[in-house]
Design a protein around this ligand. Sequence first.
Ligand code: THU
Length: 138
Amino acid sequence: MNITEEQMKKLFEAAVGASGKSYSPYSHFPVGAALLMTDGTIVTGANIENRSFGLTNCAERSAVFTAVSAGWRTFSALAIATPESDYPVGPCGACRQVLTEFACAETPVIFGPKYENIVSTTLGALYPYDSLHELAGK
Ligand code: THU
């Protein structure tokens, strides 16, 4: 699937919008994620913290769990917005593992506080040598 610059920009804007739904009273660090599903639908998620901090759900996993719960399985691009950081923040290790369950290594991933100086990479670059990928359920 070929994704245009315009689609990526729109996806990032959706991630910024999702960050507005963040529940982050402990870190005060809102994060929004937006997945472009293979049928063109955008599914978003925000980070949801808990006073027992280990139970926090990152924006990326919120988006994946929302998408899969609603019936989507595969996404073709991901945007992550951290509007209040002064530098780009990539997905944590747990999210990288979960994300690879539902997309291929070539999937474009962008992240940053603003679209103007976004980091543009792929899922495979963020999670290389994923020897178990072929075990992912279809
Ligand atoms: N967080 C995310 O939601 N995604 C990331 O990619 C990095 C970190 C959240 C977890 C926590 O709520 C806050 O950001 C600070 O770590």
